[in-house]
Design a protein around this ligand. Structure first.
Ligand code: ZN
Ligand code: ZN
Ligand code: FE
Length: 760
């Protein structure tokens, strides 16, 4: 039989994920010879044997790759057969200029789960169990290559049993860098008032939780604050101490059955919940679920995640044994600050919030907040891309000079574009917050250090006042960096197109909160045409004054007044809330144009409509009114609804989508007794009809048929579900974000794509 030999180069996330042992075992099982090694690019291997065996090897190499591997490409090259025998794993081939991907953290795998729950296993109840298929990565990596001495596992010397596993290519823990066991690995401790120091930390922590106490839990990418989810007093206490009045709190449960007890879990949702990324998934609440009302007041949906680490699973098991079920598991911080990282930081920053601290002696080196997602149709819609996803790169279809993009002000992430890979930081948060600004700088430093790349080009938002913009300008002044200012909604458009590898010009339907426009007004309800290289504004929602500028974000009624003035002029309709004291002041601002920049924001139109129903006098976070208004309706109701009247003006140079007719329709409905749910349903229907027709006309004007959908309003599950099929029915080709959220979390990526296009 003729023997053949091939050299294969495998690129992607293939290091630190058990790829070499997988190759070893596959080759041995097929009786093939050769060797495999890591190098600075990925994995390189040589394989020799009969042609049928080699063909099977090639097929199974990609089809059966380990769960955490992500193969980007396999390039094969024939070599002369040398009559090799046996298969070997060779030491890493070190070469300078590393471009290897940094792996992301991964939730507990089924095998490790079985072990920690098995009283006969040596890792029974061990909170730091992991293997090549699961466990911490990004959050423990000090620098690359990803080897134990450069992680926060460095201080722990492996015991003989762990050593044996680590060096045995047939073992699931072969080269599992964080490998540990109760004899040699990190340990838990519990501190706080009334804590029994002799007690088992997990049992004692569970006892405190069951009794309604608030615990700071040192997890994977930072601290969580935990409390019993069925204890109203505990949840209220947590809200009061954390300064979080309204936003729903995330829940953690032990398994899918526990999730199903709280909420409806479809097949795709079950898959997402139990994926290695294990995000918080938004689920429809089950009536009568055993939950404190304060967990998610005013929300039909719950944010639920499964226990993502052995520590969390063991804690939930202990809590369940004491008769409690789900735990509130919210970011360990006060207000909107970044999640806490170190023990001392947590003791200081969470001192007024937590009653006790469940700690361990393994350092967290990188912050990673929980990711948030939902299933829309059969797609995953990300709301926040963080733990489990970051820093896995988004691939672009081409290389070029590196770019650092510093993102917008809210929901900030930063992005380092190196060759064809865009590395986005985990969710940084809202930069108005000083601590978040520190995390922003830390995120830039981290990406630049880990990827050994300090780009000369920095892309930033057009808004002169954003802290991210100011930071970029300092770099230009102090370090001679070259700046590329990028309009916010152009970045949204470019982000969606770049994810799809779409280089040709396309339409962009960008429905958003706010972003600084090229004409100095505040944009946010835009129809754009272009690509990363250039874009023009083809149409937009009509503009109204934004009374008080950004401050109006917290006062939906100000937007209602502004829209009422635009729709009705001096003859305002008789609505109960107009009796409000603030009305006259706000109207004076609107009429006089005092601190009232014009805005075409779609998010603020939602605010106005919500406020016109009489509710949402004041909100605690951006888009709260819009989110809660949307929660009052369903896709089925919207499809069956009667729209309000709407129109489109074809102005000389584009399309104007006037809000006036819609506002007048809302007011008429409210005065006829419609409740917020009915208004919400009909408003969504109106927007859909309006946007489909506007897209059709924009397509006719420009000759473009592809429509990129982006902006924070596409976190609205109803728009995200109903708009794409309707656009398709109109003969257009909608593109939705896939790996990134539609909201401002993707803006840094779009900025990088725009800057890259300008460098080409
Ligand atoms: Zn595992
Ligand atoms: Zn050990
Ligand atoms: Fe935006």
């Amino acid at each position: 039989m003729t023997r053949r030999r091939h050299r294969l180069r495998v690129d992607g996330v293939v290091q630190g994920v058990g790829f070499r042992p997988f190759v070893f075992n596959l080759a041995e099982s097929l009786g093939l010879a050769g060797h495999v090694a890591n190098d600075s690019e990925g994995v390189i291997l040589e394989i020799e044997g009969d042609p049928a065996g080699l063909a099977t090897f090639r097929r199974r190499l990609e089809a059966e790759a380990p769960p955490l591997a992500r193969i980007e490409s396999v390039v094969a090259e024939p070599l002369p057969a040398v009559g090799a025998e046996g298969f070997a794993i060779l030491p890493s081939l070190d070469s300078p200029g590393t471009s290897t991907c940094v792996p992301a953290d991964s939730a507990l795998c089924a095998d490790c789960r079985r072990e920690i729950l098995d009283p006969g296993d040596r890792r029974h109840r061990y909170a730091f169990t992991n293997c090549t298929n699961c466990g911490p990565r990004w959050t423990i990596i000090g620098r690359i290559p990803y080897d134990r001495p450069f992680t926060s596992m460095a201080p722990f010397a492996m015991c003989p049993d762990c050593e044996r596993e680590y060096h045995d290519p047939r073992d699931r823990r072969f080269h599992a860098q964080p490998n540990a066991c109760p004899a040699c690995g990190p340990r838990l401790s519990l501190e706080g008032e009334g804590v029994d120091p002799a007690a088992d930390p997990l049992r004692e922590a569970a006892r405190l939780l069951a009794a309604g106490r608030i615990l700071a839990v040192k997890g994977l990418g930072g601290f969580h604050l935990a409390a019993r989810a069925d204890d109203q007093a505990a949840v209220l206490r947590l809200r009061a101490r954390k300064g979080r009045e309204a936003k729903p709190l995330a829940l953690m449960v032990a398994d899918l059955d526990a999730a199903r007890a709280l909420a409806a879990v479809g097949d795709d949702e079950a898959t997402l919940l139990s994926s290695p990324q294990a995000p918080i998934v938004l689920l429809e609440r089950r009536p009568g679920a055993a939950l404190a009302p304060a967990v998610a007041p005013g929300h039909r949906r719950l944010g639920v995640m499964l226990a993502t680490t052995p520590l969390h699973l063991l804690l939930l098991a202990e809590v369940q044994a004491l008769g409690a079920g789900a735990l509130v598991m919210t970011s360990g911080n006060a207000g909107d600050e970044p999640i806490c990282l170190g023990d001392d930081e947590a003791r200081a920053r969470l001192g007024e919030i937590a009653d006790a601290w469940l700690l361990h002696d393994r350092a967290i080196l990188r912050r990673a907040d929980d990711s948030v997602a939902e299933v829309v149709g059969r797609r995953t819609l990300l709301h926040r891309r963080s733990r489990g996803y970051a820093p896995l790169p988004v691939l672009l279809d081409g290389g070029g000079a590196p770019v650092l993009a510093v993102g917008p002000e809210l929901k900030n992430t930063v992005c380092l574009l190196k060759e064809n890979r865009a590395f986005l930081s985990p969710h940084v948060g809202d930069l108005q917050n000083l601590a978040a600004y520190g995390f922003f700088q830390e995120s830039i430093r981290t990406l630049q250090e880990l990827l050994e790349c300090g780009p000369e080009t920095i892309a930033h938002d057009l808004h002169p006042g954003y802290l991210s913009t100011r930071w970029a300008r300092e770099q230009a002044r102090d370090a001679g960096k070259r700046l590329v200012p990028v309009q916010h909604h152009h970045a949204h458009l470019a982000a969606v197109l770049a994810e799809h590898g779409h280089r040709e010009p396309a339409l962009g339907l960008i429905l958003d909160g706010t972003g600084y426009g090229t004409d100095g007004t505040i944009w946010g309800g835009e129809i754009l045409a272009g690509n990363a290289a250039a874009c023009t504004r083809v149409g937009h929602l009509s503009c109204v004054p934004l009374p008080g500028g950004d401050a109006a974000i917290r006062h939906p009624r100000r937007l209602a007044l502004s829209h009422l003035r635009a729709a009705f002029g001096d003859e305002l309709p008789d609505l109960p809330f107009l009796a409000d004291q603030e009305t006259a002041i706000v109207l004076r601002m609107v009429d006089g144009g005092v601190h009232s920049p014009l805005t075409s924001s779609c998010g603020r139109l939602f605010d106005a409509v919500a406020a016109l129903t009489g509710g949402w006098r004041e909100v605690r976070y951006e888009a709260q009114a819009a989110i809660e208004l949307t929660a009052l309706t369903t896709c089925a109701a919207v499809e069956a609804a009667r729209p309000f009247a709407w129109e489109i003006d074809e102005a000389g140079d584009g399309l104007l989508l006037p809000c006036g007719p819609i506002i007048r329709g809302v007011v008429a409905a409210v005065r006829a007794g419609a409740d917020a749910a009915e208004v919400s349903t009909r408003f969504h229907r109106t927007l859909l009809d309006l946007l489909v027709e506007a897209s059709r006309r924009a397509s006719r004007l420009t000759g473009l048929r592809t429509v990129a959908l982006g902006g924070g309003s596409f976190q609205n599950g109803i728009l995200a579900a109903l708009l794409p099929p309707r656009l398709e029915a109109a003969g257009l080709r909608p593109l939705l974000p896939r790996e990134l959220p539609p909201n401002d979390g993707a803006v840094s990526f779009g900025q990088a794509a725009v800057a890259r296009a300008g460098l080409a």
